[in-house]
Design a protein around this ligand. Structure first.
Ligand SMILES: [Zn+2]
Length: 75
């Protein structure tokens, strides 16, 4: 995952980004792309179908914010 591209995208699109837990504005971006799972009808979990995410982690309190990677051009 291109963390530099993610950072540039966030700088232009999420201009008021701050941590909802502690209020500070310094973050790290994970180099990997976590992904959600999908709950199928009947309660089965499809581990291969989900939403790829960009994880943005607060440098102060470690709170994690997720952004959808596909619209960001990263997945
Ligand atoms: Zn925080």
């Amino acid at each position: 995952m291109d963390a530099y591209k993610a950072e540039q995208w966030l700088r232009t699109r999420a201009t008021s980004l701050h941590c909802p837990a502690c209020g500070q504005k310094n973050f790290n971006i994970e180099n990997t792309i976590p992904m959600t799972n999908t709950l199928q009808e009947g309660g089965h979990v499809d581990y291969l179908n989900g939403c790829p995410l960009v994880a943005v982690i607060c440098q102060n309190c470690a709170h994690v914010l997720f952004f959808a990677a596909k619209p960001m051009g990263l997945a």
